[in-house]
Design a protein. Structure first.
Length: 294
């Protein structure tokens, strides 16, 4: 086991985006010695999309969600991060997105901006982008055609593989270092193609996940996602990962909410859903992930 920040507690890296990655980070807070989020920056919808349309930049929205998940939740600034303006020119924008853009422009560096935001928010881990380059998510579909843009990709039910434009967008150096020095790398839960695989679509990130000596765990979604993974069972998720060169050592899934795990030797059934059955319970997920690091 690699050295970490808290004695024998593991160094955990969580890869993906959106609410799913935020849930993993909340789980990791319960057992990890150090936590790093490696986050997709390909989103092009909502407040993020408007900011990216004004100036090409890595998407701030998923980065904001991860900062909040790792922050001191008792402070006014953390609450303000998720505040959305309701009137005027700022209507629909999340304050946290604007803060990250301002910090990036004043710092001249996205990683530095995220580290400063983490300091302001009292974060217990580090949030890093998969790449510091502005990228667009594209997908190849069953017919062989290409769909462009994350929002458009997420509306398709015939996805095969995803990639980024530009294809040679460099991976964030600090993200690669974190993955290679981790004890555990967690992929998911979250949107399979537009969050998890969007993050690993940066070539250096996927390569680091393949090279790391850490145990790589995939946390399967509780339910198929309309339209992205409509009809998917556990094996379909694993097949999709394999098409992108990702072979997790362990796949966690909740047998009460999703099936289709036959033939997946590395699949482990664990009750992970919260009371409403719609989202993972961070406590249950923490217990399952902690069991995998001994």
């Amino acid at each position: 086991m690699n050295a970490d920040h808290n004695g024998s507690a593991p160094a955990v890296v969580a890869v993906g985006g959106g609410h799913g990655l935020a849930t993993t980070l909340r789980a990791a807070r319960r057992y990890a010695g150090s936590i790093t989020a490696v986050v997709t920056v390909a989103d092009d919808g909502g407040s993020t999309g408007r900011l990216r349309a004004a100036t090409p930049r890595p998407a701030p929205g998923d980065l904001r969600k991860c900062l909040v998940a790792l922050a001191d939740h008792d402070t006014a600034i953390v609450t303000a991060m998720e505040h959305r303006f309701s009137t005027g020119e700022l209507e629909g924008h999340a304050f946290g997105n604007l803060l990250l853009v301002a910090l990036e422009e004043s710092e001249g560096d996205l990683v530095g901006a995220l580290d400063e935001a983490g300091r302001i928010l009292g974060c217990v881990g580090r949030v890093l982008p998969s790449t510091t380059t502005a990228v667009e998510l594209n997908a190849r579909v069953d017919s062989g055609g290409v769909v462009r843009g994350q929002v458009a990709v997420g509306e398709r039910a015939d996805l095969r593989t995803v990639s980024l434009e530009p294809p040679d967008a460099p991976a964030c150096t600090e993200s690669i270092e974190a993955i290679l020095s981790a004890d555990q790398v967690v992929l998911g839960p979250g949107s399979l193609y537009t969050s998890v695989l969007a993050a690993t679509a940066v070539r250096g990130v996927a390569e680091a996940v393949r090279r790391t000596s850490a145990r790589v765990v995939y946390v399967c979604n509780l339910h198929p996602q309309v339209s992205e993974t409509a009809g998917y069972g556990v094996a379909d998720h694993v097949d999709a990962l394999a098409r992108h060169g990702l072979i997790p050592e362990v796949v966690l899934y909740d047998p009460d909410t999703i099936g289709g795990a036959d033939g997946v030797d590395c699949a482990r059934p664990v009750r992970l859903a919260g009371a409403n059955g719609l989202a993972h319970d961070p406590r249950r997920l923490a217990e399952a992930l902690a069991d995998l690091v001994g």
